[in-house]
Design a protein around this ligand. Structure first.
Ligand code: SAM
Length: 214
Protein backbone atom coordinates (compact mmCIF):
# COMPACT_ATOMS: atom_id res chain seq x y z
CA UNK A 1 0.00 0.00 0.00
CA UNK A 2 1.43 3.39 -0.89
CA UNK A 3 0.44 6.79 0.48
CA UNK A 4 -0.68 8.89 -2.46
CA UNK A 5 -0.30 12.67 -2.52
CA UNK A 6 -3.51 14.72 -2.35
CA UNK A 7 -4.69 15.08 -5.92
CA UNK A 8 -3.79 11.54 -7.02
CA UNK A 9 -6.64 9.06 -7.32
CA UNK A 10 -6.59 5.30 -7.89
CA UNK A 11 -9.80 3.81 -9.27
CA UNK A 12 -10.00 0.16 -10.20
CA UNK A 13 -6.77 -0.41 -12.14
CA UNK A 14 -6.24 3.16 -13.27
CA UNK A 15 -4.45 6.17 -11.88
CA UNK A 16 -5.60 9.80 -12.25
CA UNK A 17 -4.64 13.31 -11.17
CA UNK A 18 -7.27 15.87 -10.26
CA UNK A 19 -6.94 18.75 -12.70
CA UNK A 20 -8.40 22.20 -13.20
CA UNK A 21 -7.83 21.75 -16.93
CA UNK A 22 -9.99 19.74 -19.31
CA UNK A 23 -7.39 19.84 -22.11
CA UNK A 24 -5.58 16.57 -22.78
CA UNK A 25 -1.76 16.85 -22.92
CA UNK A 26 -0.83 13.53 -24.55
CA UNK A 27 -4.17 12.04 -25.59
CA UNK A 28 -5.15 10.89 -22.08
CA UNK A 29 -8.79 10.36 -21.09
CA UNK A 30 -10.39 13.13 -19.04
CA UNK A 31 -13.71 13.18 -17.23
CA UNK A 32 -15.61 15.77 -15.23
CA UNK A 33 -15.97 15.41 -11.48
CA UNK A 34 -17.43 17.77 -8.90
CA UNK A 35 -14.13 19.51 -8.05
CA UNK A 36 -12.66 19.66 -11.57
CA UNK A 37 -11.49 16.91 -13.92
CA UNK A 38 -9.86 13.50 -13.55
CA UNK A 39 -6.96 13.06 -15.98
CA UNK A 40 -5.85 9.50 -16.57
CA UNK A 41 -2.15 9.01 -15.70
CA UNK A 42 -0.59 6.35 -17.88
CA UNK A 43 2.29 4.34 -16.28
CA UNK A 44 3.56 3.42 -19.74
CA UNK A 45 3.97 7.13 -20.57
CA UNK A 46 5.14 8.47 -17.20
CA UNK A 47 7.79 6.92 -14.93
CA UNK A 48 6.30 8.62 -11.88
CA UNK A 49 2.97 6.92 -12.56
CA UNK A 50 4.88 3.64 -13.07
CA UNK A 51 6.60 4.10 -9.68
CA UNK A 52 3.20 4.59 -8.00
CA UNK A 53 1.72 1.53 -9.72
CA UNK A 54 4.88 -0.38 -8.65
CA UNK A 55 4.12 0.66 -5.02
CA UNK A 56 6.64 3.39 -4.23
CA UNK A 57 5.98 4.00 -0.51
CA UNK A 58 5.41 7.72 -0.77
CA UNK A 59 5.70 10.55 -3.30
CA UNK A 60 7.27 13.69 -1.80
CA UNK A 61 4.86 16.17 -3.43
CA UNK A 62 2.36 18.49 -1.76
CA UNK A 63 -0.16 20.95 -3.11
CA UNK A 64 2.25 23.87 -2.54
CA UNK A 65 5.54 22.14 -3.44
CA UNK A 66 8.08 23.81 -5.69
CA UNK A 67 9.73 21.27 -7.96
CA UNK A 68 12.85 21.38 -10.11
CA UNK A 69 12.17 18.99 -13.01
CA UNK A 70 15.25 18.00 -15.04
CA UNK A 71 14.55 16.37 -18.43
CA UNK A 72 10.99 17.66 -18.88
CA UNK A 73 10.59 16.63 -22.57
CA UNK A 74 7.19 17.80 -23.88
CA UNK A 75 5.66 17.81 -20.39
CA UNK A 76 3.81 14.51 -19.96
CA UNK A 77 4.87 13.95 -16.33
CA UNK A 78 5.31 17.69 -15.73
CA UNK A 79 1.58 18.14 -16.44
CA UNK A 80 0.60 15.63 -13.72
CA UNK A 81 3.01 17.22 -11.22
CA UNK A 82 1.45 20.56 -12.17
CA UNK A 83 -1.97 19.08 -11.25
CA UNK A 84 -0.69 17.75 -7.89
CA UNK A 85 1.27 20.91 -6.97
CA UNK A 86 -1.61 23.15 -7.95
CA UNK A 87 -0.54 26.04 -5.70
CA UNK A 88 3.20 25.35 -6.13
CA UNK A 89 5.60 25.66 -9.05
CA UNK A 90 7.26 23.33 -11.53
CA UNK A 91 10.52 24.63 -13.01
CA UNK A 92 10.90 22.43 -16.09
CA UNK A 93 14.34 22.15 -17.69
CA UNK A 94 14.63 20.67 -21.18
CA UNK A 95 17.50 21.04 -23.61
CA UNK A 96 16.00 19.78 -26.88
CA UNK A 97 14.16 22.34 -28.99
CA UNK A 98 11.29 20.19 -30.40
CA UNK A 99 9.86 18.90 -27.07
CA UNK A 100 10.52 22.31 -25.55
CA UNK A 101 8.12 23.95 -28.03
CA UNK A 102 5.32 21.67 -26.76
CA UNK A 103 6.37 22.32 -23.16
CA UNK A 104 6.17 26.05 -23.81
CA UNK A 105 2.65 25.62 -25.20
CA UNK A 106 1.68 23.63 -22.07
CA UNK A 107 3.08 26.36 -19.81
CA UNK A 108 0.83 28.88 -21.54
CA UNK A 109 -2.20 26.84 -20.47
CA UNK A 110 -1.03 26.38 -16.86
CA UNK A 111 0.23 29.13 -14.60
CA UNK A 112 2.48 26.97 -12.38
CA UNK A 113 4.85 25.62 -15.07
CA UNK A 114 8.05 27.62 -15.73
CA UNK A 115 9.82 26.15 -18.78
CA UNK A 116 13.56 26.74 -19.23
CA UNK A 117 15.48 25.61 -22.30
CA UNK A 118 18.91 24.68 -20.96
CA UNK A 119 21.32 21.86 -20.40
CA UNK A 120 20.54 20.50 -16.90
CA UNK A 121 24.26 19.85 -16.41
CA UNK A 122 25.02 23.60 -16.72
CA UNK A 123 23.36 24.68 -13.46
CA UNK A 124 25.01 28.12 -13.46
CA UNK A 125 23.03 28.96 -16.60
CA UNK A 126 19.58 28.60 -14.95
CA UNK A 127 20.16 28.70 -11.16
CA UNK A 128 19.43 32.44 -11.00
CA UNK A 129 15.96 32.03 -12.64
CA UNK A 130 14.78 29.85 -9.80
CA UNK A 131 13.96 30.97 -6.29
CA UNK A 132 13.95 27.83 -4.13
CA UNK A 133 12.69 24.29 -4.62
CA UNK A 134 11.47 21.59 -2.22
CA UNK A 135 12.08 18.66 -4.49
CA UNK A 136 14.28 17.65 -7.43
CA UNK A 137 12.86 15.27 -10.04
CA UNK A 138 15.26 14.00 -12.70
CA UNK A 139 14.60 11.81 -15.73
CA UNK A 140 17.59 12.17 -18.04
CA UNK A 141 18.86 9.22 -20.06
CA UNK A 142 22.52 10.24 -20.30
CA UNK A 143 25.73 8.50 -19.31
CA UNK A 144 26.48 11.32 -16.82
CA UNK A 145 23.00 11.34 -15.21
CA UNK A 146 24.38 11.01 -11.64
CA UNK A 147 26.82 13.85 -12.21
CA UNK A 148 23.96 16.05 -13.50
CA UNK A 149 21.96 15.18 -10.38
CA UNK A 150 24.89 15.94 -8.05
CA UNK A 151 25.49 19.37 -9.55
CA UNK A 152 21.82 20.31 -9.10
CA UNK A 153 21.70 18.83 -5.59
CA UNK A 154 24.67 21.03 -4.66
CA UNK A 155 23.10 24.16 -6.18
CA UNK A 156 19.55 23.76 -4.82
CA UNK A 157 20.30 23.21 -1.13
CA UNK A 158 16.69 23.86 -0.01
CA UNK A 159 15.56 20.69 -1.78
CA UNK A 160 15.15 18.09 0.97
CA UNK A 161 13.68 15.37 -1.25
CA UNK A 162 14.41 13.99 -4.68
CA UNK A 163 13.15 11.42 -7.15
CA UNK A 164 15.89 10.28 -9.50
CA UNK A 165 15.27 7.98 -12.44
CA UNK A 166 18.34 5.92 -13.30
CA UNK A 167 18.35 4.64 -16.86
CA UNK A 168 20.85 1.83 -16.51
CA UNK A 169 21.61 1.15 -20.15
CA UNK A 170 22.42 4.81 -20.77
CA UNK A 171 25.18 4.48 -18.16
CA UNK A 172 26.61 1.27 -19.60
CA UNK A 173 25.49 -1.20 -22.24
CA UNK A 174 27.66 -3.94 -20.69
CA UNK A 175 27.55 -5.72 -17.34
CA UNK A 176 24.76 -6.72 -14.94
CA UNK A 177 21.99 -4.20 -14.43
CA UNK A 178 22.13 -4.52 -10.62
CA UNK A 179 25.91 -3.90 -10.55
CA UNK A 180 25.58 -0.74 -12.67
CA UNK A 181 22.68 0.41 -10.48
CA UNK A 182 24.71 -0.14 -7.31
CA UNK A 183 27.76 1.63 -8.69
CA UNK A 184 25.67 4.61 -9.92
CA UNK A 185 23.85 4.81 -6.58
CA UNK A 186 27.17 4.91 -4.71
CA UNK A 187 28.11 8.09 -6.62
CA UNK A 188 25.07 10.09 -5.44
CA UNK A 189 26.20 13.00 -3.24
CA UNK A 190 24.37 14.83 -0.46
CA UNK A 191 21.35 12.51 -0.42
CA UNK A 192 20.70 9.03 0.91
CA UNK A 193 18.60 6.45 -0.89
CA UNK A 194 15.38 5.57 0.94
CA UNK A 195 13.86 3.37 -1.71
CA UNK A 196 14.61 1.92 -5.15
CA UNK A 197 11.71 0.94 -7.41
CA UNK A 198 12.20 -1.19 -10.54
CA UNK A 199 9.93 0.36 -13.18
CA UNK A 200 9.64 -2.72 -15.39
CA UNK A 201 7.52 -3.79 -17.22
CA UNK A 202 6.38 -0.19 -17.84
CA UNK A 203 9.87 1.13 -18.43
CA UNK A 204 12.65 -1.42 -18.93
CA UNK A 205 16.04 -0.95 -17.25
CA UNK A 206 14.77 2.13 -15.41
CA UNK A 207 14.77 2.52 -11.63
CA UNK A 208 13.17 5.28 -9.55
CA UNK A 209 15.23 6.23 -6.51
CA UNK A 210 13.56 8.13 -3.65
CA UNK A 211 16.17 10.27 -1.94
CA UNK A 212 16.39 12.35 1.24
CA UNK A 213 18.93 15.10 1.91
CA UNK A 214 21.64 13.96 4.38
C1 SAM B 1 13.09 10.21 -21.02
S1 SAM B 1 12.82 11.82 -21.60
C2 SAM B 1 11.90 12.59 -20.31
C3 SAM B 1 10.44 12.21 -20.22
C4 SAM B 1 9.71 13.09 -19.22
N1 SAM B 1 10.44 13.12 -17.97
C5 SAM B 1 8.32 12.61 -18.92
O1 SAM B 1 8.11 11.72 -18.10
O2 SAM B 1 7.38 13.19 -19.48
C6 SAM B 1 14.39 12.57 -21.31
C7 SAM B 1 14.48 14.03 -21.72
O3 SAM B 1 15.67 14.56 -21.18
C8 SAM B 1 16.19 15.50 -22.09
N2 SAM B 1 17.60 15.70 -21.78
C9 SAM B 1 18.64 14.85 -22.01
N3 SAM B 1 19.79 15.39 -21.55
C10 SAM B 1 19.46 16.59 -21.01
C11 SAM B 1 20.20 17.62 -20.38
N4 SAM B 1 21.52 17.51 -20.20
N5 SAM B 1 19.54 18.71 -19.94
C12 SAM B 1 18.20 18.84 -20.13
N6 SAM B 1 17.45 17.91 -20.72
C13 SAM B 1 18.06 16.80 -21.16
C14 SAM B 1 15.93 14.87 -23.45
O4 SAM B 1 15.95 15.84 -24.47
C15 SAM B 1 14.56 14.24 -23.23
O5 SAM B 1 13.54 15.11 -23.64
Amino acid sequence: MNTLPIGVVKQKNSLYTVSRSNRPVYGEKIRKIEVGYLREWNPKRSKLAAAIVKHITTVPLKQNSSVLYLGAASGTTVSHISDICSSGRVYAIEKAYDPFVQLLDLSQQRDNIYPIIEDAGQVDRFRFFIDRVDMIYQDIAQRNQVQIFNSNAAAFTDARDALLVLKIRAISSKGHERDILQEATSRIEGFRVLETVDLSPFSKSNYMLRLKRL
